[in-house]
Write a protein that binds this ligand. Structure first.
Ligand SMILES: [Zn+2]
Length: 104
């Protein structure tokens, strides 16, 4: 945490800035966020169009996010679930499509 008024770095439990006396409630957290894992993002997109590839990309991305402390582990998990759903949906749609073509 850093003081919004003077920019002094503050101790975890400090209620007031030791330098200028500004209260904690108007302080801003400037701690940089870890980067978003790109593979998790692409894996999620791939899960929709190419679920087989998306599943493996998301499993690998989730592993990388946890190892490196990057953001995107949740997105990768959503991608795993989505790609698993799509792997069921696509064959059903294809079978229904073929069935409709043959029997109509
Ligand atoms: Zn201050």
């Amino acid at each position: 945490m850093y003081c919004r008024n003077c920019g002094t770095q503050l101790e975890g439990g400090a209620q007031y800035c030791g330098h200028c006396g500004t209260g904690r409630n108007i302080m801003v957290d400037l701690t940089p966020q870890p980067p978003l894992n790109r593979l998790a993002l692409w894996g999620f997109a791939a899960a929709i169009f190419t679920p087989f590839y998306g599943l493996f990309a998301c499993i690998h991305a989730r592993k990388l996010c946890i190892q490196r402390g990057e953001r995107g582990a949740g997105l990768a998990k959503a991608g795993i679930i989505l790609s698993a759903c799509m792997m069921v949906v696509y064959p059903v749609v294809i079978i229904l499509g073929i069935g409709y073509y043959i029997f109509s």
